[in-house]
Design a protein around this ligand. Structure first.
Ligand SMILES: Cc1cc2nc3c(=O)[nH]c(=O)nc-3n(C[C@H](O)[C@H](O)[C@H](O)COP(=O)(O)OP(=O)(O)OC[C@H]3O[C@@H](n4cnc5c(N)ncnc54)[C@H](O)[C@@H]3O)c2cc1C
Length: 460
């Protein structure tokens, strides 16, 4: 008998029991001819999920209005054009895994230019600010393998545990000295927290990586992710500045109240980010069913913040995309992306994730930039130039997302996302990255969840 591990088994049972449709099927939506149906659907949120759902429904002849709280569309796809020569993404930047990814096709349709970047194209610096020696690189690789094995063992255990606990157990087992401790802290930050946006103290060892991935390199939009947003939004009715406050859904039609107006609909697609649902600022009347309320409570919203620094000239290595550093303080400016290879501009992008990402949101812009510069001076010398400008984000405090993207903490497994994706009384359809158990936390997950909600409505 073939060995099937615990997680594969759960995935298998899920796929059998719930009749999950594959991507091929999802893409068939809208391709067959459907009779126009006289129905009105309100989509809450003009992010990727909302736009995808609205476009599919409109293609099927259903009347759709999108209500968006912000004065702009795109949600967590947000391209800044502050620097005219280089559009920069403040939310998602990459199509993760270009092969078979529905966003790769969409980018082609939108005539968007993609630049491939690779995590392999990187340089790592140690705590002294020097490039990692070959011996230390070998040591780091060995530690990475040991950590990976420790995580795999934790995934087979009966009880779930946090990734921090897995790291601490390994540290103890190795009798780790200060250098190994710093390397492990680097791995926790760069491999886990920067990727999944959750704190290692909360990330579930068993389920943090339960999402599927597409193969291939990552693709960066030369002119920003907004090209996808504009392409999808074409010909849709979108009302911006409409902050939804209340949805009364136990009657026909459903009533949706915003801060200034009231709308009615036969069905509502709710693409509010998990952070907004958790904050409870949008009231549902009657209250949402228990499985949905539980899912919202159990899943968590992570934080990833970006800080772009523009310099008068390049002073860092130009042959790699990623610069990484092992730091004494956990998570402090561990990952940087250089825009020299990709766009030939003297711009560096520094990240802060999870607890550290949350912590810096209370700082002033000047404090954040000064802290970034301390790290860069440590790596590249005291005489590097000051940045001529910066752009940064504070996703955790953003009232329209309250975080960057969702993750699985200890106590949450994929069933909660499937609960979120189930229609409520043929009236409410939740979509958005957090509702996609296969690809949560990503732009393609958001897109596919929008198509799924549209299919659920058109199947009525
Ligand atoms: C910093 C950062 C980096 C990322 N990097 C990547 C990446 O490189 N690759 C990748 O694949 N993914 C990445 N992601 C994740 C990706 O951006 C998201 O998963 C995706 O954009 C979510 O889309 P969505 O439609 O589910 O939600 P959103 O885009 O958040 O859309 C929800 C919409 O609802 C609106 N809304 C909120 N409250 C209300 C209200 N009360 N009334 C009306 N409207 C409301 C919001 O304004 C928003 O427009 C990143 C995210 C962040 C923040």
């Amino acid at each position: 008998m073939e060995f099937v591990d615990r997680r594969s088994l759960v995935r298998l049972l899920t796929a059998m029991g719930l009749g999950i449709c594959g991507i091929g099927q999802r893409h068939a939506i809208g391709m067959e001819e459907r009779k126009p149906v006289s129905r009105r659907v309100i989509v809450i949120g003009a992010g990727l999920a909302g736009l995808a759902a609205a476009r599919e429904l409109q293609n099927q002849g259903i009347e759709v209005v999108v209500l968006e709280g912000r004065e702009r569309i795109g949600g967590r796809l947000w391209t800044s054009n502050k620097w005219p020569d280089i559009p920069l993404d403040m939310g998602a930047s990459w199509i993760h895994g270009l092969e078979g990814n529905p966003l790769t096709d969409l980018a082609k349709q939108a005539h968007a230019k993609l630049i491939e970047t690779s995590y392999e194209s990187n340089r790592i610096y140690d705590v002294t600010g020097k490039e990692l020696s070959e011996a230390k690189e070998t040591q780091l690789d060995r530690l990475r393998d040991q950590f990976q094995s420790a995580i795999e063992a934790a995934q087979e255990a009966d009880e779930d545990t946090s990734l921090r606990e897995v790291a601490e157990r390994l540290q103890k087992k190795l009798g780790a000295n200060e250098q190994v401790r710093q390397m492990l802290s680097f791995l926790v930050s760069s491999m886990l927290e920067q990727e999944y946006a959750g704190s290692a103290t909360k990330l579930s060892a068993q389920w943090f990586d339960s999402a599927e991935e597409f193969d291939g390199e990552d693709g960066l939009f030369a002119d920003g992710y907004e090209q996808i947003v504009k392409y999808l939004a074409k010909n849709l009715t979108i009302k911006t500045g409409q902050i939804v406050r209340r949805v009364v859904w136990d009657q026909a039609p459903i009533r949706i109240s915003t801060a200034t107006e009231e709308f009615t609909a036969d069905q509502v697609v709710v693409t509010l980010p998990l952070g907004v649902l958790k904050a409870g600022g949008v009231k549902f009347s009657p209250s949402l069913p228990k499985p949905i309320v539980t899912a919202i409570a159990k899943l968590e919203m992570g934080v990833l913040n970006k800080c772009y620094l523009r310099f008068p000239k390049v002073f860092w290595p130009t042959d790699v995309d990623w610069l990484e550093c092992i730091t004494t303080k956990h998570g402090e400016w561990v990952e940087w992306v250089s825009f020299v290879r990709a766009a030939n501009v003297p711009v560096l992008l520094g990240f802060n994730a999870a607890d550290r990402g949350r912590e810096i949101e209370d700082w002033t812009d000047e404090q954040i930039v000064a802290s970034a510069m301390t790290t860069l001076r440590h790596l590249f010398g005291a005489d590097i130039p000051e940045p001529i400008d910066y752009q940064l984000t504070r996703w955790a405090s953003d009232p329209f997302s309250f975080g960057a993207y969702s993750y699985n903490p200890v106590g949450a497994d994929p069933k909660f996302r499937r609960q979120l994706a189930k229609p409520v009384a043929d009236k409410l359809y939740f979509a958005g990255e957090a509702t996609d158990h296969e690809y949560f936390g990503t732009a393609h997950g958001a897109y596919l969840s929008g198509l799924r909600a549209a299919e659920q409505i058109s199947d009525l």
